[in-house]
Design a protein around this ligand. Structure first.
Ligand SMILES: CC(C)(COP(=O)(O)OP(=O)(O)OC[C@H]1O[C@@H](n2cnc3c(N)ncnc32)[C@H](O)[C@@H]1OP(=O)(O)O)[C@@H](O)C(=O)NCCC(=O)NCCS
Length: 170
């Protein structure tokens, strides 16, 4: 099981995925959320400021069933986040969310690259074999990314959202 003091580092071709820290909460991160809340992410507090976001990150990173990773370029620029929560270490599945916040990095294969590597990490380290997520039907970029990764639609009757899952290994 994940230890709350765990420090994860995953290297991909272009990025470093590192356990998110409270010190990574800066203006840029606030701006990503402000922008995306008009669109597609779930975290949507009524008033958002550095203090509130730091508290949110602190709470998440201390949870045993949550792996929260910052996505950094090789020259240390924080461009987004990846969250697996909850992770069920016993039943071997995780629920995920991703945010490529930095506009310059959208549509450049970052999402695909970091998800591929992080799924591999979860499989190798925790034998996680299934990933689940929810996505708004209008979020065509995310749906395209998930389909490219091999996610399938789950049957459900939500009006605005799809549920999807990916089997990592047979
Ligand atoms: C959705 C998101 C994660 C995609 O990440 P990304 O790094 O931009 O995506 P990638 O460049 O890796 O693209 C992978 C595939 O996704 C699809 N895709 C990406 N952007 C797309 C767009 N604007 N329109 C349609 N399909 C798109 C394509 O199929 C693409 O494959 P291709 O390049 O071979 O055509 C990113 O845009 C994001 O963080 N958006 C805001 C937050 C969000 O919506 N999170 C998901 C909530 S469920």
């Amino acid at each position: 099981m994940k230890n709350s003091n765990n420090s994860i580092l995953i290297k991909t071709d272009r990025f470093l995925l590192k356990s998110l820290r409270v010190k990574n909460v800066k203006k840029d991160y606030i701006n990503w959320i402000r922008y995306e809340n008009k669109r597609f992410i779930e975290y949507n507090p009524p008033k958002l400021n550095i203090k509130i976001l730091k508290k949110y990150v602190s709470k998440k990173i201390n949870k045993k069933n949550c792996i929260f990773l910052g996505i950094f370029t090789r020259n240390k620029k924080h461009i987004g986040n990846l969250k697996f929560e909850p992770i069920n270490f016993k039943s071997k599945y995780a629920v995920m969310g991703i945010l490529i916040g930095d506009k310059k990095w959208k549509g450049k294969g970052a999402g695909f690259e970091v998800l591929k590597s992080s799924f591999n990490y979860l499989y190798l380290n925790y034998k996680i074999t299934k990933i689940y997520l929810g996505v708004e039907k209008k979020n065509l970029a995310a749906i395209g990314l998930y389909k490219k990764l091999g996610f399938k639609m789950l049957k459900n009757n939500k009006i605005y959202r799809y549920s999807m899952y990916l089997k990592l290994k047979n």
